[in-house]
Design a binder for this molecule. Structure first.
Ligand SMILES: Cc1cc2nc3c(=O)[nH]c(=O)nc-3n(C[C@H](O)[C@H](O)[C@H](O)COP(=O)(O)OP(=O)(O)OC[C@H]3O[C@@H](n4cnc5c(N)ncnc54)[C@H](O)[C@@H]3O)c2cc1C
Length: 274
């Protein structure tokens, strides 16, 4: 779709001050998907040349401009470190309701910043205890846990002119036992519920995170694998009606039902019951 009100596209490195009507442009696959009459100027992040992935012993720094394709190629590289974390990353990349045509330009940062409930990079970032590095217009940086970055449907903690520089996934979470389950109404359809689980830390706590069914990520943590009843009541109290997504793809009560079903599958898998 043409963004007919946009008058200018500037290099992301431009020093021109941020003003109302500006927006960061990454792959453009969400930005150009609907009319945006308030936008006047795009600031192109893809000119910044950030390395897509920086892998060290302490974890992975994923640049905001890393594309879904680049991340998926890393995740599916045989013999790369952290097979369990990479399997979850690959599953989340493949959870996009789209083909490689969208994966090629779409970025990890664009997915987080668009903050759509079915954002699979959001699911991945929260499941793997990610930290978002944000950079303000005066170049000051702040760190925000991924679980706090999304505040609602299409809403984040980003301030005007602030950008997401990168997402860091720590080695501990990448090495933990983790699993994801999702439901979509079609093979390449948008997720209506996506649940991840991970067992990490010295106590092997079990943390489940629900996305897609909710307007923002919802995590519930248990000190040890809960019984089916404990899991159900923990999830039910974490998923009050106002947090459930209500749109053409599914009613809130159905989404909660799916989250409970997927949560139980995740529990059984990580508890070693099958
Ligand atoms: C066929 C199709 C299927 C899709 N399926 C899905 C899906 O299943 N789930 C889903 O969540 N989305 C989906 N999308 C939407 C979109 O493709 C993804 O959300 C994608 O990851 C957005 O990334 P992008 O780089 O294209 O972002 P852009 O469109 O460039 O930007 C998206 C938003 O984020 C802002 N932004 C981008 N990068 C930054 C940054 N580093 N710092 C601050 N702000 C930034 C932009 O200003 C804009 O508001 C789909 C789109 C299409 C066309």
């Amino acid at each position: 779709m043409d963004l007919t009100a946009v008058r200018e596209v500037v290099d992301g490195r431009s020093a021109v001050p941020w003003r109302q009507g500006d927006a960061w442009l990454a792959g453009g696959t969400a930005l150009f998907a609907e009319p945006r009459p308030a936008l006047r100027r795009l600031r192109d992040l893809m000119t910044l040349g950030w390395p897509a992935l920086t892998v060290t012993e302490t974890g992975i720094e994923v640049a905001a401009t890393c594309t879904i394709t680049e991340l998926l190629i890393f995740a599916e590289t045989p013999d790369a470190p952290w097979p369990t974390g990479r399997a979850l990353i690959a599953g989340c990349c493949r959870a996009f309701s789209s083909s490689f045509k969208v994966w090629n330009p779409a970025t990890v940062g664009g997915n987080l910043c668009a903050a759509l409930p079915a954002g699979p990079m959001i699911s991945m970032a929260v499941a793997l205890s990610g930290t978002c590095r944000l950079r303000g217009p005066d170049a000051t940086e702040r760190l925000v846990p991924a679980r706090e970055f999304i505040t609602g449907n299409g809403a984040t903690v980003l301030r005007p002119g602030e950008l997401l520089r990168s997402l860091t996934l720590p080695a501990g979470a990448l090495a933990a036992r983790s699993v994801m389950r999702r439901v979509a109404t079609q093979a390449w359809g948008r997720s209506v519920a996506l649940v991840t689980g991970a067992r990490s830390g010295p106590e092997e706590r079990l943390t489940l995170t629900v996305t897609a069914a909710t307007t923002r990520p919802v995590s519930v943590s248990f000190p040890c694998p809960p019984s089916p009843g404990e899991l159900r009541s923990g999830l039910l109290s974490a998923l009050p009606h106002p947090l459930l997504l209500d749109d053409v793809h599914g009613w809130p009560t159905w989404r909660r039902h799916l989250a409970l079903q997927l949560g139980e599958e995740v529990r059984r898998t990580l508890a070693g019951e099958r």
